[in-house]
Write a protein that binds this ligand. Structure first.
Ligand code: 3PG
Length: 214
């Protein structure tokens, strides 16, 4: 990844302490959902490629909610990454790391955060210049103790832990000096999205945006 894309990725993940991880089943929900998140103070949004509505949702948000910084998540292949880039996404995130994905990320030059869970994953990323990573699944993979241990040999890496993080534990993750932001689905759970509970989502976003970030 170029220095410019790396710097842009740091800028994006530093915009707010929390990056909502969003799974949208119905593209009609995308714009009001993004408006609620932006109004709540969380502009960087990860739209996961887990549903048929994901791409259309990302497009709609980019067209109608210019304040939103739309990222594509659940990138599992080079093709997913190319799709994210062609869509005009601001960034992309993967739950893991493969050589193919890193090669595609280097070619597209899209700001990209690979997912890591082990020292080997971290070596794969850092030798190719990817040093802003998603630590996934953060809680099941050993929590803060695991992150602290992994951080030792990789002092220049910055982490966005995701997986098992919610309102009750986000603050303790954010207190770690190597954590730039946390990700999670708790801000906009599927039940609230399908029910159109935008106000509740906005309130949760406000609370998350007020968490301490570094
Ligand atoms: C992700 O893709 O990052 C996770 O599914 C989010 O994990 P959470 O649902 O535990 O927040």
């Amino acid at each position: 990844m170029s220095d410019k894309s790396r710097a842009r990725l740091m800028e994006i993940v530093s915009l707010a302490p929390v990056i909502p991880v969003i799974t949208i089943e119905d593209a009609a929900h995308a714009v009001p959902l993004a408006r609620a998140l932006v109004a709540g103070g969380l502009p960087a949004i990860e739209i996961t490629l887990r549903t048929n509505a994901a791409v259309e949702s990302a497009r709609a948000i980019m067209a109608e909610v210019p304040e939103a910084i739309v990222g594509i998540g659940t990138v599992l292949s080079a093709w997913d990454l190319e799709r994210a880039s062609a869509l005009g996404a601001a960034f992309a995130v993967s739950p893991g790391v493969t050589s193919d994905i890193l090669t595609a990320a280097a070619i597209t030059d899209l700001p990209f955060a690979p997912g890591i869970q082990t020292a080997s994953d971290l070596i794969t990323c850092v030798v190719r210049g990817f040093d802003v990573v998603k630590f996934f699944p953060a809680v099941p993979a050993g929590g803060l103790a695991a992150l602290s241990a992994l951080a030792g040999p990789f002092p220049n890496v910055r982490y966005c832990p995701t997986g098992g993080i919610g309102a009750a534990n986000a603050q303790e993750w954010l207190a770690h000096p190597k954590v730039v932001a946390v990700g999670g689905s708790w801000i906009a759970p599927a039940s609230d999205i399908s029910a159109g509970n935008w106000q509740q989502i906005e309130q949760r976003a406000h609370a998350a945006a007020a968490l301490r970030s570094r």
